[in-house]
Design a protein around this ligand. Structure first.
Ligand code: F6R
Length: 260
């Protein structure tokens, strides 16, 4: 696991965008796994800037989002589809045909979830999966207790997640109670994982995920099982890591070894 600590949210976001941009340049028809939430917003801004100012070309890129609230149509302002349009898709030249966000309106949910998995396989799998981490240690909507082998499915949201996400809705009762989410097992099949976290509020759970035991109680801890993980943090989110000094040292040494 490569742990990169940047001084603040902006630096964290730029660094994360560089990893995505590097992949898009080296493999123009790559498959990006994307996340919503507050954490990746500035990374998406930086990717938009790179597209506009540096010509970063998304025309052949395919994207898969991690999750969607169940019951919300794509044009609902709080749907994750809407979020992606507003924060990234409408600003870059990704083809609408290559954009996938789980449907919040699927009728036969089980069949739909299987088809989502199939679509990922058909394009050869996800090259880099961007992840945030929830206050309860979740990745995507894999709440504590989700199997580390879980697949795309309908889940009931945890009370904590409903509270955390209420800030985006008029009132807490408006937050959907269900979501469709990629499973932990689905996520672990991506070729590379990149977890982002910023702010003091995430410090404890980040330390549990990276340095604690692998447990279904903190589904982000499953990242420890993957061979190619980059964790990009700001100073605050890194503040409770026991091995913080080592990560800083290791990153410097690795940069020196590979020359930048
Ligand atoms: C979003 C997602 C969630 C968030 C997590 C952190 O697609 O899958 O797991 O990444 O809840 O949310 P923020 O970034 O708002 O703190």
């Amino acid at each position: 696991m490569r742990v990169i600590i940047e001084k603040d949210y902006e630096a964290m976001s730029k660094r994360a965008a560089q990893f995505v941009a590097e992949l898009v340049r080296n493999k123009p028809d790559c498959v990006l796994g994307l996340a919503t939430g507050s954490t990746p917003v500035s990374m998406y801004k930086e990717l938009t800037r790179m597209h506009k100012e540096e010509g970063l070309d998304f025309s052949l890129v395919t994207t898969f989002n991690l999750d969607e609230y169940y019951g919300l149509p794509p044009d609902h302002e709080q749907s994750y589809y809407y979020f992606m349009q507003e924060n990234l898709f409408k600003h870059i030249n990704v083809s609408p045909h290559r954009v996938r966000v789980p449907s919040g309106l699927a009728k036969d949910v089980k069949a739909y979830c299987e088809s989502y998995e199939r679509m990922i396989k058909e394009v050869g799998g996800i090259d880099i999966q961007v992840l945030g981490i929830g206050g309860d240690g979740h990745i995507a909507f894999n709440e504590p207790g989700s199997s580390l082998a879980s697949r795309t499915r309908l889940v009931a949201l945890d009370e904590q997640t409903i509270k955390d996400n209420a800030r985006f809705f008029e009132k807490e009762e408006d937050v959907p109670r269900y979501a469709i989410t990629m499973g932990v097992g689905t996520i672990l099949e991506a070729k590379r994982l990149m977890l982002l976290a910023n702010g003091k509020k995430k410090a404890k759970v980040v330390a549990q995920a990276i340095e604690g035991p692998v447990t279904s109680q903190i589904t982000a801890s499953a990242l420890q099982l993957h061979p190619d993980v980059i964790v990009v943090l700001d100073e605050e989110a890194a503040s409770e890591l026991k091995r913080r000094e080592y990560y800083l040292h290791a990153e410097k040494m690795i940069q020196e070894f590979y020359g930048g």
